[in-house]
Design a protein around this ligand. Structure first.
Ligand SMILES: Nc1ncnc2c1ncn2[C@@H]1O[C@H](COP(=O)(O)OP(=O)(O)OP(=O)(O)O)[C@@H](O)[C@H]1O
Ligand SMILES: [Mg+2]
Length: 231
């Protein structure tokens, strides 16, 4: 018998409780929100980076800055997360440069072997509380095998967290649930669009709000979800 476990139930158990967790899947499902909030201790800091092809590893590691005429070392968020026992959220790691990927081999190393000697001469290790959550839209094959291998849990998130749906007004919840899980690319919309639509319809009539938010998909959205009946 195949095991079936709810993806968000699993994510809520793993994020923060396991040291390194990867959440991947389509946009607007709540991966970053979950990465930043689940199982966070009251005083645990959260550091976040969203990576691009241009992000240098030094932005994560740290660099020297000129202060009062002399150079001083400034830790980047990766090293601070090690030292402060923080939650470190790395968004869009699949889009990062080879430079960042290689640096992340070290950041995400197993606790027993994680150690870095910084350009200022300090050798640093992660504290026990430090944990890491990677979020991205790509798939496992978009990350180097060595980074995938470092993950303690890899969870494919394909639909919005129920709490995100619940944060919508009553009349949009069912429509948004259907739209965010539709297999039809003409109809599929992320939950962000429904939050945006709710905000827009408070500033203008609902037809304009629908076209403004859903663009080319507006007619399909209206037809498919009988929004017209509500307009
Ligand atoms: N548990 C939740 N409770 C309330 N709102 C939520 C929850 N999860 C997500 N949201 C809301 O849903 C929207 C999308 O969430 P988020 O930015 O985390 O998505 P994502 O999966 O990281 O998307 P992307 O892949 O595009 O970065 C945000 O407006 C966020 O505040
Ligand atoms: Mg995100």
């Amino acid at each position: 018998m195949a095991i079936t476990i709810d993806q968000w139930e699993l994510a809520e158990k793993c994020v923060g409780n396991l040291r390194r967790v990867l959440l991947y899947g389509p946009p607007g499902t709540g991966k970053t929100y979950g990465a930043m909030h689940y199982n966070l201790s009251a005083d645990q800091p959260v550091y976040t980076n969203t990576l691009t092809e241009e992000t240098p590893a030094s932005e994560l590691r740290g660099h020297f800055v000129m202060t009062d005429g002399s150079y001083k070392w400034m830790h980047g968020p990766a090293i601070r997360s090690w030292l402060d026992g923080a939650r470190y959220v790395l968004n869009e790691l699949d889009r990062a440069s080879g430079d960042c990927h290689s640096f992340c081999y070290a950041v995400l190393d197993d606790h027993a072997s994680a150690q870095l000697t910084l350009p200022n001469g300090d050798t640093v290790h992660p504290t026990d509380a430090a944990s890491f959550v990677v979020t991205m839209n790509g798939t496992e094959s978009d990350l180097p095998e060595a980074l995938i291998d470092r993950m303690d849990a890899i969870i494919h998130i394909t639909r919005p967290h129920p709490a995100a749906i619940a944060a919508l007004p009553d009349d949009l919840r069912l429509i948004a649930t259907e739209a965010t899980s539709s297999d039809n690319p003409h109809l599929r919309t992320s939950i962000r669009k429904w939050f945006a639509f709710d905000a827009a319809r408070q500033k203008m009539d609902t037809v304009h709000a629908c076209v403004a938010v859903f663009g080319d998909k507006a007619q399909d959205v209206i037809n498919a979800y009988e929004l017209r009946a509500r307009l």
